[in-house]
Ligand binder design. Structure first.
Ligand SMILES: NC(=O)c1ccc[n+]([C@@H]2O[C@H](COP(=O)([O-])OP(=O)(O)OC[C@H]3O[C@@H](n4cnc5c(N)ncnc54)[C@H](O)[C@@H]3O)[C@@H](O)[C@H]2O)c1
Ligand SMILES: O=C(O)C(=O)C[C@@H](O)[C@H](O)[C@H](O)COP(=O)(O)O
Ligand SMILES: [Zn+2]
Length: 366
């Protein structure tokens, strides 16, 4: 399956859904990519599983393959890691014609994309996403970047990949916690844009949890389509791309304050329960809709509460995220399932109330 992503009516890259890595050289060939130096960037876990296989496949296609591997985990999505990658590229004589290959989850993809955007003022890169989250979300749309002082994605650039190649069989080696993280962004896609898709995902909960490949294929391609449509219309987040940030305003604050012990997809899922709570209190969501959103997190092994962080601290960090405009937080709310909108009128009291709702230490959840 192939999904073209366009800019000004021209295809700028394709997203391929495959069942192995085998076709990667062929698609690179179709892009005219040959005799370049390639640097495969991976974290330690992905490199150990897939690094040799992918390097071997790419060997025939290029003049040199080097590998850059960093320790797995969000805490390594930093400028320090990017610096080590720049050094590796310089040591191996990488010039503007050469290319980076992001083989891994969203951490690898965001970091590699940022290095590609900045090394020699920009070289090409491709995304080979290996987690559910990166296949449905982070590999598409060209948001690249790293965290800074624990603040999420504070340093970054928009930089589009030349190709997104996903091997969905790689999802079989993901552990359950990481697999269900991807469901946070998938449920988000349904909640902000497509009520029918949201209901379809819920109806297929057991097949998804069992990782039935036909169902996963349908779900991944549907989510990729939703993300494609949003980023094509607004590639640099001047407007409606911000809808993809549903759940992230509070989610990013929790992620930081938990020192990345809670995973991105889990924090997003918690963040959208809080945002949905605000929507419910404003009577934009019915009680039935709100409780369905909350309870589906349980169904997909996603959290509905956290503990150990002060609610006021979350409000403070929320206000340091990127989504501030003229002192107001750009909040994403729902007006019914499938319809998200940007709202700049959410008050501190509403945020505190919503965060208290998901804060297990406040014991107000029924
Ligand atoms: N750029 C964007 O648009 C965008 C969108 C969503 C999320 N993100 C970012 O993505 C990151 C989260 O991505 P993630 O959830 O993929 O996390 P991740 O990259 O940390 O990967 C999760 C874990 O799974 C391991 N792993 C990866 N593929 C595997 C496989 N096939 N088998 C076994 N283990 C595997 C990794 O080594 C890692 O330990 C966050 O930094 C988030 O901010 C970016
Ligand atoms: O692609 C986007 O745009 C998104 O917002 C997707 C999010 O899932 C992703 O986590 C993104 O990195 C968050 O963007 P940020 O600008 O708030 O860092
Ligand atoms: Zn996200």
């Amino acid at each position: 399956m192939c999904i073209p992503v366009k800019k000004d009516n021209e295809t700028i890259y394709h997203i391929y859904l495959e069942e192995s890595f085998a076709k990667l050289p062929e698609y690179l060939g179709m892009l005219g990519i040959r005799n370049k130096r390639l640097c495969i960037v991976s974290d330690s876990i992905v490199d150990a599983r897939y690094g040799d296989e992918v390097a071997e496949l790419l060997n025939d296609r290029c003049s040199k393959v080097v590998r850059f591997v960093f320790p797995a985990g969000e805490e390594h999505k930093t400028l320090d890691t990017v610096k080590l990658l720049y050094r590796k590229l310089i040591e191996n004589g990488f010039d503007r014609n050469d290319m980076l290959v992001a083989l891994g989850g969203g951490v690898v993809g965001d970091l590699t994309g940022y290095a590609a955007a900045t090394y020699l003022r920009g070289i090409e890169f491709i995304q080979v996403p290996t987690t559910l989250l990166s296949q449905v979300d982070s590999s598409i749309g060209g948001k690249t970047g790293v965290d800074f002082d624990g603040y999420k994605n504070m340093v970054g650039a928009f930089c589009q990949p030349k190709l997104v190649y996903m091997n969905i069989t790689a999802l079989n080696t993901l552990n359950d916690e990481q697999f269900f993280c991807g469901m946070g962004e998938i449920l988000k896609h349904g909640l902000i844009k497509d009520a029918d898709y949201y209901e379809w995902v819920i109806e297929h909960m057991s097949e998804i949890s069992e990782r039935k490949s036909d169902v996963l294929k349908k779900m991944i391609s549907a989510s990729c389509e939703i993300k494609r449509e949003v980023v094509e219309k607004d590639p640099t987040e001047k407007g409606d791309r911000a809808l993809l940030n549903f759940g992230h305003t509070i989610g990013h604050a929790i992620e930081k304050l938990m020192d990345f012990k809670m995973l991105h997809g889990q924090c997003v899922a918690l963040g959208y329960v809080a945002a949905s709570y605000i929507s419910y209190k404003r009577e934009l969501l019915s009680a039935e809709e709100f409780f369905e959103i909350r309870d589906m997190n349980v169904g997909f092994n996603l959290p509905i509460s956290f503990d150990g962080i002060d609610t006021n601290k979350i409000l403070e960090v929320t206000k340091s995220d990127k989504k501030m405009e003229a002192g107001k937080i750009k909040f994403i709310l729902l007006k019914g399932i499938g319809h998200a909108f940007i709202d700049k009128t959410v008050t501190d009291e509403e945020i505190l109330d919503a965060v208290n709702y998901i804060n297990a230490d406040c014991h107000i959840m029924d």
